[in-house]
Ligand binder design. Structure first.
Ligand SMILES: Nc1ncnc2c1ncn2[C@@H]1O[C@H](COP(=O)(O)OP(=O)(O)OP(=O)(O)O)[C@@H](O)[C@H]1O
Ligand SMILES: [Mg+2]
Length: 240
């Protein structure tokens, strides 16, 4: 479904990804793990192609989605036409709007006649806390609840491929478990997931496959179980 081919990107004169390659097949949960500054968020930003001044520039390589180069797709069509959703680091929800309104906005790119109600049902079934707080202004949600809302918005956008940047960040352990269980349910109902995580232990436990990124290069790959057994991965990312 997604194929990253020898991708090199830079910020100004500094190369941040030195030719990385990986794939995500339809129906999979694939995780990209690595420590601070490894290039995880950069990978995600390259994929989403948001036209921001601080966005990385692709130097060479390609990003294929169902065989088509995303580098040739206008950025606004990544969500509306390609049905790829991004849950960025830091979430970016509209704080002065309610939970329900944030979800409603996310449906802007849906086709006419799309089943919006089914979307709300799906989100509120996955995250009952959001249902309880549906009329509450989003800025008053806890960090964990805001994270749930960010995932909920991606679901409302009608995406069948979702990329999440460190969904576990800042969450209490019990909420991390809930978040990953929600992703598993989403995956079982057909969502393909690229999960970026510093929390290697839980990411490898839930993912079908994983890649380890270190200073802009992929240094290991395998199934979640294989990577958890890999001595180097254990030492560097799982606390020995
Ligand atoms: N806007 C930017 N301008 C210049 N350099 C940047 C920019 N954003 C990131 N970098 C650099 O690119 C490298 C990769 O950063 P990136 O944000 O992708 O790391 P990360 O793996 O997401 O780390 P973390 O786990 O801390 O979020 C780092 O060396 C970082 O300093
Ligand atoms: Mg990051």
């Amino acid at each position: 479904m997604l194929e990253i081919k020898d991708l090199k990107v830079r910020y100004g004169n500094i190369e941040a990804l030195h030719g990385i390659s990986f794939t995500v097949n339809k129906g999979e949960i694939v995780t990209l793990i690595g420590s601070n500054g490894a290039g995880k968020t950069t990978t995600l930003l390259s994929l989403s192609r948001l036209p921001k001044p601080e966005a990385p520039t692709v130097v060479s390589g390609d990003i294929l989605y169902n065989g088509e180069s995303l580098l040739k797709v206008p950025p606004h069509e990544i969500v509306s036409k390609k049905r790829i959703a991004l849950v960025p680091e830091g979430r970016h929800i509209f704080g002065n709007l309610t939970v329900n309104e944030n979800l409603e906005i996310a449906t802007y790119a849906l086709d006419k006649g799309a089943d919006v109600k089914a979307g709300y049902d799906q989100v509120y079934t996955l995250f009952p806390r959001l249902y309880e707080r549906r009329k509450q202004r989003s800025e008053s949600l806890s960090g964990g609840e805001q994270q749930m809302l960010a995932v909920g918005r991606a679901l409302m956008s009608g995406a069948d491929f979702i990329m999440l940047d460190e969904p576990s960040m800042g969450l209490a352990p019990v909420l991390v478990q809930d978040m990953f269980k929600a992703m598993k349910v989403m995956n079982e109902s057909g969502m393909t997931i690229l999960l970026i995580e510093q929390n290697a232990r839980i990411a490898l436990q839930f993912a079908h496959r994983g890649y380890v990124i270190n200073t802009g290069e992929i240094v290991a790959t395998g199934t979640g179980a294989e990577l958890m057994q890999d001595p180097e991965v254990k030492k560097a990312y799982l606390g020995g």
